[in-house]
Design a protein around this ligand. Sequence first.
Ligand code: MN
Length: 464
Amino acid sequence: VRGDGADDLRSFLERLRRERPGDVVDVRREVSPRHETAAILARLEERFRSPVLVFHRVRGSLLPVVTNVCGTVARLALALGCRVADLAERYARACERPVPPVFTGEAPVQEIVRTGADVDLSFLPALVYHEHDAPNPWITAAIVAARDPDSGTVNLSYHRLMVDGKDRTSIYMEPGKHLDRIRLRHEAAGHEMPIAAFIGAHPAWSVGACFTGSPDVEEYAIAGGLVGEPVALARCVTQPSVPVPARAEIVLEGVVPPAERLEEGPFGEFTGHATGTMAAPVFRVTAITSRRDPLFQDVVSGSFEHLLLPSLGIERHALEVARKAVPGVAAARLLAPLTIAVSLRKRDDGEPWRVIEALLDSDVYTKHVVVVDEDVSAVDARQVWTAVALRVQADRGVRIYPGRRGTPLDPSADSADGRTAKMGIDATTPLRPARPLTRNSIPREVLESVDLRAILGEGLTPRA
Ligand code: MN
């Protein structure tokens, strides 16, 4: 964190190049925007590598593409100025002590302004990821800003945009989430919803935009709280009620008209699946502003970055909801898509169900909840499934909740409205088990008396 309010995607990339040169890979040969950038990241991920990729020459566009910026916890920790182990605490602290944004006079993101007939999205790289995705160009790292007409707070959230013509995209909004609720209020009044989609973000803006919880919270203030200094904002040129980061790379300003729909998809999502097409709202672009030499940022859909980016926000919210239900909750973890594991020191056998029901009600993206005892690490999928195997009798430890509100992105959902059966698993040991249970243990004094050096000889080398 520079401390001069000038943190942005560029300064973060510069810092990475300086402090962790192995974390940035420059690809200078020409690549195709159709599947090839996604293929390069997929091949790296197979080898457990996850660098930021900078594609300097992408066919069909003059703009460099930057991807996988938030692809490792180590980079998030560097961006937020904390240790990896402290990321959750850093996020929670930002929510307790948000730092409101400030308007600045200077807005590099408005160095170039195009309005009216000059609006043309075809200068952007036309990225397509998966084989069965709709062939239109996709914009995956646009953070959409919109003002809540009732509270006046500004919401930030990620939305996939499918480009359809020079000044129009679809915009996918998860039903029940904050932006969709704002849209419905505009629609009920017969009004257009003014929005701005900004591209090119410091990681704090990215993870801040993934705040999950009260609609009264301004995600800009979470982003500010994450780095301890306010995000510098500028007013949009054609949608002056909507503020955008003055140091973003590109801003698409515009409106979502009340009745217009566009057939959107298929699009391979974070679940690893596409779920067909749908009639999505439309984003009419009224202005494009940018730096003189903008970087185009994206997130390869379904990549590790795609799962990691929202996890800090989701886990913080899950922990808050679970602790409100039961104070003895120790940890909450997004264990797999749509799946939360919670560890708990329970005082009565009803507590796991109170946690499960609170969490299943709290979010369309929470479908399965597993509760384990405090001696099981909720962050370790192997330990959680071992507890499910050894501490559950399924006729009383598993409850099914049919007909709940879930996400249409879940490939198992029967219909596009996202109706889903949810499930809770209480994998905690009963406070009074039916049979005496004793965990394996070796007497501590015997463990401590073992001299491995003597057993293995002097050749013993310490292991990392
Ligand atoms: Mn919000």
